[in-house]
Design a protein around this ligand. Structure first.
Ligand SMILES: Nc1nc2c(c(=O)[nH]1)N[C@H]1C(S)=C(S)[C@@H](COP(=O)(O)O)O[C@H]1N2
Ligand SMILES: [Mo]
Length: 221
């Protein structure tokens, strides 16, 4: 039994709540995997699907599904923290580490931001530094199985150290930029950075996230 498991079973509510510093403030643990999607769940013809990277408006680098599957494959085990207050420990994602994907890509000094694009028209903004985190991964599998359609098949981004809205499902590209502009949720009141341990939920600190709303979402697993 690992430490998190032991704490989870412990009777002391104080200890149970904090999980030895592993559970960010205001979060609740769930064993299930809720589904949070704005709009329709896409479906693809994999032969036509692609992933594109553009650096400061230059010609895009285009990767097919097969190209990505032929790159070095890695696994990341991480915790997930959604801004709607659920957290889920010990998730295994497999795919291409972002740092491996970007290895060899010439990114000029003045490029410090990235807009992540996903279907349909979903975006999330990140700093280049956040994108280059050791455990940031372009994942195709979850706990040993291909991602389900609702969780982002064929590929989703996972940025473990930020709230999960930054982990773009149905990912289609990275746009490297000199300036920071807000993505979908960031335009709708969420924080620009979204560090769960700093509880950066909203850009306006007077906003309140309701306690139990997430329990009304769909789940699978
Ligand atoms: N393309 C796309 N990516 C997305 C979303 C979305 O609606 N569309 N929702 C985000 C939000 S708010 C969260 S919490 C996570 C949810 O991922 P899950 O449905 O696998 O739990 O995906 C993020 N990535
Ligand atoms: Mo979310």
């Amino acid at each position: 039994m690992n430490k998190a498991e032991r704490l989870k079973r412990s009777k002391d509510p104080q200890v149970t709540e904090r999980f030895g510093g592993r559970l960010p403030p205001g979060q609740v643990l769930t064993e299930k995997f809720p589904i949070l999607t704005v709009g329709e769940v896409p479906s693809y013809d994999l032969d036509k699907w692609d992933f594109q990277m553009t650096v400061a408006g230059n010609k895009p680098l285009v990767y097919s599904y097969k190209d990505l599957m032929e790159l070095q494959q890695s696994k990341v085990i991480c915790d997930i923290h959604c801004v709607t207050r659920w957290s889920k420990f010990d998730n295994e994602f497999e795919g291409v580490l972002v740092k491996d994907l970007l290895d060899g890509l010439e990114i000029p000094e003045d490029i410090r931001y990235v807009m992540v694009h996903g279907d349909y028209d979903y975006t999330a903004n990140l700093t280049l530094q956040d994108l280059l985190a050791e455990d940031a991964i372009l994942a195709h599998s979850y706990n040993g199985k291909p991602l389900t359609e609702k969780h982002g098949y064929p590929f989703r981004l996972v940025i473990p150290h930020l709230y999960f809205w930054k982990s773009v499902k149905w990912i289609r590209g990275f746009e490297f930029k000199m300036s920071d502009t807000p993505g979908f949720w960031e335009q709708n009141g969420f924080h620009d950075e979204g560090d769960p341990f700093k509880e950066q939920r909203f850009s306006d600190e007077s906003e309140v996230m309701e306690e139990d709303k997430w329990k009304e979402k769909d789940f699978d697993y």
